[in-house]
Design a protein around this ligand. Sequence first.
Ligand code: BT5
Length: 265
Amino acid sequence: MFDREKYNISLKTERFGREMIVVEEVASTNLAVMDMVATDAQEGMVMVTDRQTEGKGRFERKWVSPSGGLWFSFLLRPDIREVPLPAILLLTGVALVKVLQEKTELQFHLGWPNDVVHKGKKLAGILVEGKIGASAAVVVGIGVNVNNDPDDLTPEFASKATSLKKITGKEHSLEILLAEFMNEFERGYSELREMGSEKLYHEWKMLLGMIGQEVKLLSDEKEYHGIVKDFTMGGEMILRLEDGEEVLFPLDRGTLISPKYTKKL
Ligand code: BT5
């Protein structure tokens, strides 16, 4: 079970991750935190679980979440004039990669739009869901295969996944990893509010490293084939199709089919 004391020792934030709910099992931490949006739950509140029975990916896909992985979601109540929603997704990916790189001294990169990848295999996924009403509420959900064996995921997913234990040959503390992510996210979130998303955008683009690559993309059940021209500040992919037409894919409207991940770090 998640050790709060160990977590608190590494947590250096003012707000993020201070309010915490630890559960042994839940359908999905994203769903559970989304259900708390209407309560007085504060920005930065995090829920972490040992395992999920109905872990969610994007577009209602499944996220397999056995014991040993880090599965958590936290709440943001951003002023969307200061913090545009796509910037939250960019920040989450960049912060997660930074923490993983510092921990392991290995290189990870991002698969557009939201996967953390090592040597072509998926280590972590990010799901950002928002409710924009009178006040905005955003739930950021992160799943990282840490000490779980990717071979135990469903056969269909196993061959495309990896875990920190598999990569490094040793176990890692979920508590320290989560605390360090919260530290990094809070730092990046303040920077975003004070300075805007320009710097973040460049860091994100570096970690993607896909410009000039040939890709196949699935969007609204249609396949697109082309060369990645660039990414916008909003995280959209600009794809130049074979006939020269340029198409813009928003963060929430595309899945890479091939090459699944372009850089084999
Ligand atoms: C994602 O979606 O990658 C977002 C995953 C977010 C999971 C976290 S866990 C805490 C929080 N609570 C939730 O319910 N969700 C969030 P997407 O890009 O749609 O990728 C989903 C695809 O990843 C699946 O279709 C599989 O191919 C693959 N997959 C599923 N489980 C995996 C795992 N444990 N490791 C690696 N790949 C996996």
